[in-house]
Ligand binder design. Structure first.
Ligand code: SF4
Length: 499
């Protein structure tokens, strides 16, 4: 039986750990199976053509929020062209009902973790004993009995892609907007076996490790062992962890301080700092600990951190979101990712629909469209806010000058005004070149905020000329005398060749 495992990743640099888990656990069917990965930027008909070129009997497709509509189209084409090929879906997007995209063309849907059930289904098919039900309900494999997938990252993957790894599955918390809140408990892999696999990956040249564990800093014994694994290495590497902000015992802190600059990336889920809103969505919020830990990470480590905030949680107003943002900017200088609330199938966020008038799109990524507190226009504006925030604050291109937008006032309010002005100029948030963005920022600060042009230019030159080979932007040339002189004198920290 000829089996293909496939998915469409969000980017070429991503790799699907899920497919490799399925493959690793296919036992006697493994020799008849291959993994073919694509990205959502590939033409769907070409993907179908490439899959069918292998004459598969079975195609297993990994389905996620970012590829749900692409998968629906792929199913449609595959079924039309090759009705005899058995199409089996799995992945988070089909784990809970209702399914939001049209997956009618799938022959089977494997819910939950598929390592055991996909194999059993394929064996049934092979033995011509196919199940009567189209949807195979969730099973929970014993993680300690699963074959680990890491040998199935190819040398090409190791060279060009992020290597996704995990030491546990599940989350003990119950934040209602999150798919992981549906997990019953945290389950751990055999740590010795996992560490052995990581060592093998390292020996094969892997240096980009992305941990998909939902709460890396929950189990101290495990977290310490993983941090030690990296701290013992001398080569440069990059390790990414998702962490909860209120749990950094001293043993972890001591180790985190030892990581060299750029080696450690921490995704810190804040989501809201408003106790009432956190309570609405059953999210724990230990504000004192969160503040202490963020300040620690900011001031005492070289970790690259980014903090996540959500717009649109039940009951949250723009003002309350603004207070969250103001607070985070006062604590840390790192990236702050602003996300729009999504309604994921299976989560309990839907219990607020009536009380808070929550209306969501049924099309991936299922963003909130409006609530009692936020109009459609508010949400649209906040999507633009998030995009302009990414372009200016998070990009790091205007590290110093972006602060001129708010100076002493509320970051949120000032940036909101900037965002409204920007959109008035661009009528879009896309395809804005860095040159144009800088020019617009300069004009906003000079002509709308009435700040001193020379001071703005000094700031922007310091920001923008950090990158070697960049020419002085034309709109700053007239103000660049000081900067040029300082560079010539070697007092600006810039190489003379840059000017
Ligand atoms: S948001 Fe984070 S802490 Fe909350 S349930 Fe999801 S993974 Fe767990």
């Amino acid at each position: 039986m000829n089996i293909i495992l496939t998915t469409l990743n969000a980017r070429y640099t991503h790799s699907a750990i899920g497919l490799r888990y399925i493959y690793a656990n296919l036992k006697d069917l493994q020799s008849d199976t291959q993994i073919l990965e694509f990205s959502i930027n590939d033409a769907i008909q070409t993907v179908a053509e490439k899959l069918l070129a292998h004459n598969p009997d079975v195609i297993g497709i990994g389905t996620y929020i970012w590829n749900a509509t692409h998968v629906a189209e792929l199913l449609h084409i595959l079924k039309k062209v090759s009705p005899e090929t058995l199409l089996i879906l799995g992945g988070p997007e089909v784990t809970y009902t209702p399914f939001r995209a049209n997956f009618d063309d799938a022959d089977f849907i494997v819910q939950g973790e598929g390592e055991v059930s996909f194999y059993e289904l394929c064996k049934d098919v092979q033995n011509q004993e196919t199940p009567k039900e189209k949807i195979l309900p969730m099973t929970t494999p014993n993680l300690k009995e699963l074959t680990l997938p890491y040998d199935f990252y190819t040398d090409e993957d190791i060279k060009n892609r992020y290597i996704y790894v995990e030491v546990s599955r599940g989350c003990p918390f119950e934040c209602e907007f999150c798919l992981s809140s549906m997990d019953e408990k945290v389950r751990a892999f055999d740590l010795d076996a996992v560490m052995e696999s990581f060592e093998k990956l390292w020996d094969r040249g892997a240096r980009n490790f992305k941990f998909v564990d939902r709460t890396f800093n929950l189990n101290m014994k495990t977290a310490n062992r993983i941090l030690d694994f990296f701290l013992e290495k001398e080569d440069t590497y990059f390790a990414h962890f998702e962490v909860i902000p209120d749990h950094f015992p001293d043993s972890i802190k001591t180790k985190m301080k030892q990581f060299p600059h750029g080696a450690l990336q921490l995704e810190v889920g804040i989501q809201t700092l408003n106790l009432e809103i956190a309570n609405n969505v059953s999210r724990q919020l230990k504000l004192d600990k969160i503040k202490k830990n963020i300040l620690f990470l900011e001031n005492e480590t070289d970790a690259h951190m980014h903090l996540d905030l959500i717009v649109g949680l039940p009951g949250e107003t723009l003002e309350s979101f603004g207070e969250n943002l103001d607070t985070l900017v006062s604590w840390a200088t790192c990236e702050i990712q602003i996300g729009i609330l999504k309604k994921l199938s299976g989560t309990y966020i839907n219990r607020h629909d009536e009380t808070y008038g929550m209306v969501y799109s049924d099309i991936p990524p299922y963003d909130i469209l409006k609530s009692k507190q936020l109009s459609f226009n508010d949400i649209q504006t906040m999507k633009r806010f998030a995009r302009f925030w990414d372009l200016t604050y998070n990009s790091g291109n205007f590290k110093k000058s972006v602060h001129l937008i708010w100076q002493e006032k509320s970051v949120y309010e000032s940036f909101y005004n900037f965002c409204m002005w920007m959109y008035g100029q661009t009528d879009s948030t896309w395809k804005i070149s860095l040159q144009r963005l800088g020019e617009l920022l300069f004009h906003y600060l000079k002509d709308v905020k009435n700040l001193n042009a020379q001071e703005i230019a000094d700031s922007m030159l310091e920001d923008m000329m950090k990158l070697k080979g960049r020419a002085i932007p034309h709109y700053l040339k007239v103000y660049s005398q000081n900067f040029t002189q300082n560079a010539k004198n070697g007092t600006s920290g810039f190489n003379k060749r840059q000017i």
